[in-house]
Design a binder for this molecule. Structure first.
Ligand code: RM4
Ligand code: MN
Ligand code: MN
Length: 431
């Protein structure tokens, strides 16, 4: 078994940082008190924040041009759990994992569930994969899966999703997330209306087998791998399909799946208003589905997304309970570090959004005072809430400085020794 970060190791790393943390926390508490904000309420909110880590994210991703494996990469799903446990030990906001099948298909799902539980983790969402062919598979997905023109291909893709549900049930998961690569590269290649009709027909078959208490997430994406059109291309189509399927079907928003400059926070607000926001794949991007670390390119956008989420949370919008998940592809960083940073940035955006003076904002909106409305958002966004995040982690047994604690632990060097890599592990995962 691999070396796990213990509470004692983390406490040791925290000790020399505690005086500064107490001072910074007290100073921020005074600043916030002047604004009528109770820091303890924010710290409690930070402690309650959760985001699921993707099983596929702890390995190096790769692009279609190649893959450059990092040292000590997990070689199987059990080793992936170990890495996820490290992220949770340090951040204390990532006890959940979303699992990709077949990349991380467990031979023994019950054993995987047990090992997860032993690490304080749970496997909450299963993600199906019909965007690649698997060895030995009868029909190819080259020209589509759930929406293929050939009913036999569609049946195989539906069957795969049902198998994901089966595995998920043994794992204790409560959601199936479906993203398809189906689409067209050329005008005329695909009949737009017929392919969407086939999508719905396939999804109805999956939805019919959804166990009680489960949710079905459908993930839209503008382009890639199909570069002319995709079948589930945008939030409007996703919203329509989720509505056609039923109450347990929800739209999932991956931040990288929109055209550049799309107003994603507004899409989020629309889906909340229409009762169909199921969850997120958080990441960040400059151009397309770049799968970069959350908050690395457009932190203000991330804040604005959380501004909508917190607004709905505080208003107690009925049925509002979006699932937070990360979906990133790490190519030049240690994946554990990237996921730690992303989890922290999401918690930061959430706490900052709680700092928005909503009564003041509503007043500025009523009076059409654009300058003060934006200033109200900016006041929250520019507040450095790092001491709140660090204090919440510390009180929960996590690290005051997770990246420093992780580096000091020597975890990566240790697993490098324990996980000799085979040569040629170069298959690209786009993410
Ligand atoms: C897709 C989409 C899916 C992810 C795959 C690997 O672009 O984001 O969620 O599972 O990539
Ligand atoms: Mn995604
Ligand atoms: Mn993606």
């Amino acid at each position: 078994m691999s070396f796990l970060l213990t509470d004692a190791t983390i406490a040791d790393d925290n000790r020399p940082r505690l005086t500064a943390l107490d001072e910074d926390y007290a100073a921020l508490a005074r600043t916030l008190a002047r604004r009528g904000v109770d820091i303890e309420a924010l710290t409690a909110r930070a402690a309650a924040f959760r985001v699921a880590v993707p099983s596929w994210g702890v390995g190096t991703g790769g692009t279609r041009f190649g893959r450059f494996p990092g040292p000590g990469e997990p070689r199987n799903v059990f080793e992936k759990l170990d890495d996820c446990a490290v992220i949770q030990a340090l951040t204390r906001v990532t006890p959940e994992i979303s699992l990709h099948i077949p990349w991380d298909r467990p031979d023994d799902p019950a054993a995987l569930r047990e090992q997860a539980a032993a690490r304080g983790l749970s496997l909450t969402t299963v993600n199906s994969n019909t965007f690649e062919d698997q060895p030995g598979q009868a029909h190819s997905y080259k020209f589509g899966s759930l929406t293929h023109t050939d009913p036999a291909v569609r049946a195989q893709a539906v069957e795969h999703n049902l198998e994901c549900i089966d595995i998920g049930q043994t794992l204790g998961a409560r959601a199936l997330s479906v993203w398809i690569g189906d689409g067209a590269n050329f005008p005329g290649q695909q009949h737009f209306r017929k392919s969407l009709e086939r999508y719905l027909e396939s999804l109805r078959r999956i939805y019919a087998k959804l166990p009680d208490g489960w949710r079905l997430f459908i993930e839209h994406k503008l382009c890639e791998p199909a570069f002319y059109s995709t079948v589930l291309n945008d939030w409007g189509t996703s919203y329509y399909c989720a509505g056609e399927l039923g109450d347990r079907a929800w739209s999932l928003v991956d931040l990288g799946h929109h055209a550049p400059n799309t107003n994603i926070e507004m899409i989020v607000a629309r889906l909340i208003q229409f009762g169909k926001l199921g969850g997120f794949h958080f990441n960040d991007s400059k151009y397309g589905d770049d799968d970069l670390d959350a908050g690395s390119i457009k932190p203000f956008q991330l804040f604005l997304v959380f501004n909508e989420l917190v607004d709905a949370e505080l208003e107690r919008v009925p049925g509002f309970d979006p699932s937070h998940m990360l979906d990133q592809s790490h190519n030049v960083t240690d994946p554990i570090e990237s996921l730690i940073v992303s989890a922290t940035e999401l918690a930061r955006a959430c706490v900052q959004a709680h700092l928005v003076d909503r009564a003041a904002l509503a007043g500025h909106q009523e009076r059409n005072d654009a300058v003060m409305a934006l200033a109200t958002l900016k006041e929250a966004f520019v507040t450095d809430v790092s001491p709140i995040l660090a204090m919440a982690r510390h009180r929960a047994g996590g690290a005051v400085d997770p990246i420093a604690a992780y580096r000091a632990s020597g975890y990566r060097a240790r697993v490098e020794g324990e996980r000799p890599q085979r040569r040629g592990q170069g298959a690209g995962i786009v993410g």
